[in-house]
Design a protein. Structure first.
Ligand code: SF4
Length: 303
């Protein structure tokens, strides 16, 4: 038996969506190219940078050495779609040179990453095999986006996501509950519903805003500028979203995430009424106090 030492280059933290749990990872960037969202400390240990071509080729050869007929590669880290179309093309060429069985690719991306590419480049990248991008638009409400410094408005996000859809690249979206804090959940839920009604994402994943150490949001909470939404209000926000949203094509929806108190799963529009009823059961059966006691956000969160 040939003994083989793994020598792939990975940062100390690597994040990838659960949907790609069985896809081999190839690191092509470090950290996040933006790194300015006020709630985020995801890449504090790994500042933004580009992997060298030598490192990328070496890691591809390492994957190829397993002789496994991989058909898909997931690029990491924070937002590899920030790379130019030319650089992404070089990476896909290099992968297919050493692992010809690979036909499709995916990665995390941001709204900004789309806006730096032309329609022709997006269509070309789709033709080369980039079939879905995992994104955290986080909200379709400009007030919420501005509050956490996402760097784009809802209108800009809508425009870029429509361009992506036109190019045939699917997108899976993360949305954050409680982004604007206490008292703003229902309004935000309604706006998010209106936003997504104009799009056709493959999936919408709800997670909850959680105040993380050493972030601007932590400073705002500690100074009283930001008051966290209660767990109860977060369920009301999900309900407001479900009531407002009008998906034209079947879209997977869930709120199954370690940061959420209340887990829902279904397809929109098919399961809309059923999921609203599930929200109502929680809203009617629990008081704010009893629901709050079920979950200590800062203690229970893994993030
Ligand atoms: S939330 Fe995403 S885009 Fe914002 S700083 Fe964190 S990794 Fe970057």
């Amino acid at each position: 038996m040939v003994k083989h030492a793994l020598a792939m280059h990975f940062d100390s933290q690597v994040f990838r969506p659960p949907q790609e749990a069985y896809t081999p990872l190839l690191q092509v960037t470090h950290g996040c190219s933006y790194d300015k969202c006020t709630y985020c400390n995801m890449y504090d240990q790994n500042p933004f940078g580009l992997s060298s071509r030598e490192e990328i080729t070496s890691d591809i050869k390492e994957l190829a050495s397993s002789a496994f007929p991989y058909n898909r590669i997931y690029l990491v880290n924070g937002d590899p779609f920030c790379l130019s179309a030319d650089k992404l093309t070089w990476i896909m060429d290099e992968i297919q040179k050493y692992i010809p069985t690979v036909k499709t690719f995916s990665m995390y991306a941001s709204i900004r990453n789309i806006s730096t590419k032309t329609d022709e480049e997006l269509a070309y990248l789709r033709s080369r095999g980039i079939d879905i991008l995992y994104m955290g638009v986080e909200s379709g409400f400009t007030q919420a986006l501005t509050f956490v410094n996402k760097g784009y408005t809802a209108k800009e996000a809508l425009e870029q996501l429509k361009r992506l859809e036109k190019a045939g690249i699917e997108h899976s979206q993360g949305v954050m509950l409680g982004l604007l804090g206490a008292g703003r959940g229902i309004e935000t839920g309604k706006e998010n519903g209106k936003f997504f009604s104009q799009l056709n994402p493959k999936a919408i994943w709800f997670m909850s805003t959680t105040v993380m150490p050493k972030t601007e949001l932590e400073r705002q909470r500690d100074s009283g500028e930001y008051i966290e939404a209660s767990e109860y209000e977060r369920v009301q926000e999900i309900r407001a979203f479900l009531e407002s949203v009008d998906m034209k094509e079947s879209t997977y929806f869930n709120s199954i995430h370690p940061t959420n108190t209340f887990n829902l799963e279904g397809y929109l529009p098919e399961d809309k009424e059923k999921m609203i009823k599930q929200c109502d059961e929680v809203i009617n059966d629990y008081t704010q106090d009893t629901f709050q006691k079920l979950f200590n956000r800062n203690k229970n969160s893994r993030f």
